[in-house]
Design a protein around this ligand. Structure first.
Ligand code: WQD
Length: 333
């Protein structure tokens, strides 16, 4: 199939493009490099030995979008493009609402114009807010605690309304838990701008000597060892979940949400210990106060994706720790 991938040069996007090419799909990537690096395109070709079409630009450029659909018969769209930093969204809510919502509405308008009704949307477990029970199932109540998460929830609402207006829409809402790790080649991985907000990129920079020590945000949560528990999923497993999702939307109609996680919760200290053991390094850390907005524990019930997408995560926490470190070792200069 011919797949349009918005934000395909990004962390999850680039890993997904690799798996789409490996599955012999034709791929068109559109990206404005606002949170990604052009070198990734070369690495995708090196990894897969396959070519794809790349168009530089923003989804806010409606003429550009129109041309893409006018010149290509697209079967499915995977929509990654969007700002995704929780902390930044709290400081700059309008930037997030403007970029994430308007660009998605333009994309959907053009899809409708060219009768392309198959979509996999990059959503997030952040739409569950503070879960009332665990593991989290897709039918649990949704609420958000930051503008980034709210843009994801708003887009899910828009997509549900769209489907009610036209039965032809076939949409998968892919709710990612905590993607970490990198492709085994070490050529592509997570490269946050500036000081990393997320746990694994921070640990990796401590391990490579770029940062002095990890600050663990609180060890007084009601969890196994007091530190925060999350459902970490290898980014390659997540990418493969998208290949399953486009097959699903191409053969069904309606809107379905899917948890893309492992179903296993690991604490911050679990991750630190695994990382140290697998990579034979020491991660100095200091317990500090809780980070505002953090929840204690979050992990997925993954039975729906297994049943309906015939997909489940296969890589272990050791694979995630090993691949994350290998990427930075190969790219630290
Ligand atoms: C994980 C755990 C922290 C950094 C966020 C977004 C979510 C999604 C994934 C986009 C928590 C602890 C972290 C550090 C720490 N992004 N931690 N020291 O907050 O679960 O999810 O990223 O979709 O929307 O909310 O991920 O990696 O920031 O934190 O102790 O320097 O690690 O308290 O328990 P989070 P995270």
């Amino acid at each position: 199939m011919k797949i349009l991938v918005t934000g395909g040069a990004g962390y999850i996007g680039s890993h997904t493009v690799v798996e789409l090419l490996n599955a012999n799909h034709d791929v068109i990537v559109v990206d404005d490099f606002s949170n990604s690096n052009p070198k990734v395109l070369k690495y995708i070709k090196e990894i897969t030995k396959k070519d794809f079409v790349f168009i530089e630009g923003s989804l806010l450029d409606k003429a550009l979008l129109d041309n893409i659909f006018k010149n290509n018969k697209i079967d499915v769209v995977i929509h990654f493009a969007g700002y995704k930093a929780v902390g930044e969204s709290v400081k700059k809510p309008l930037m997030y609402y403007d970029n994430n919502l308007i660009s998605t509405i333009y994309l959907l308008e053009i899809m409708e114009k060219y009768k392309v009704y198959n979509l996999a949307f990059s959503s997030s477990a952040t739409v569950y807010g503070t879960p009332k029970k665990l593991p989290i199932t897709e039918n649990m109540t949704l609420h958000t605690t930051n503008p980034y998460g709210t843009t994801k929830l708003m887009i899910e609402t828009i997509l549900n309304d769209l489907k009610k207006s036209n039965e032809k829409w076939s949409i998968a809402l892919l709710r990612y838990f905590n993607p970490i790790g990198a492709h085994e080649s070490g050529l592509i991985g997570e490269e946050p701008n500036g000081i990393p907000n997320n746990l694994m990129p921070y640990i990796v920079e401590v391990a490579s000597g770029k940062l002095k020590e990890l600050k663990i945000f609180g060890n007084d949560y009601d969890t196994k060892d007091g530190t925060g528990v999350r459902d970490y999923i290898h980014v390659v497993d997540l990418a493969k979940g998208h290949v399953s999702a486009i097959n699903y939307v191409n053969n069904n109609v309606g809107v379905e949400a899917f948890n893309l996680g492992t179903g296993i919760g690991y604490s911050v200290l679990d991750i630190v210990k695994s990382f140290e053991r697998v990579n034979n390094v020491t991660i100095p850390y200091k317990i500090v106060e809780r980070r505002p907005g953090d929840i204690a524990e979050c992990y997925a019930d993954v039975t729906k994706a297994k049943k309906m997408l015939d997909w489940s995560a296969e890589k272990t926490i050791d694979d995630m720790c090993r691949d994350a470190y290998q990427f930075i070792l190969k790219n630290k200069d």
